[in-house]
Design a protein. Structure first.
Length: 73
């Protein structure tokens, strides 16, 4: 038999008012993050031009601490 408390049931949110999380299921009142299918892509900045598009597309960059190799044989 498993130890007491090791098989905790996960809370099913968003399944009605009597489910224990209320009407908004812990997502807040309104806004983009409370809608269904709510995750935005990584790097999304709310309509502002994202950082990876603001910085210039450089052909190369200089390494700050380059590794110097010595020929042995």
């Amino acid at each position: 038999m498993p130890q007491k408390g090791s098989k905790k049931r996960r809370r099913r949110v968003g399944r009605g008012i009597s489910a224990g999380q209320g009407a908004s299921a812990g997502l807040g009142m309104r806004g983009q993050k409370s809608r269904s299918g709510r995750s935005t892509r990584p790097g999304f900045e709310g309509g502002q031009m994202p950082l990876y598009r603001r910085i210039p597309k450089l052909k190369h960059f200089t390494v700050i601490n380059p590794k110097h190799y010595t020929t042995i044989n």
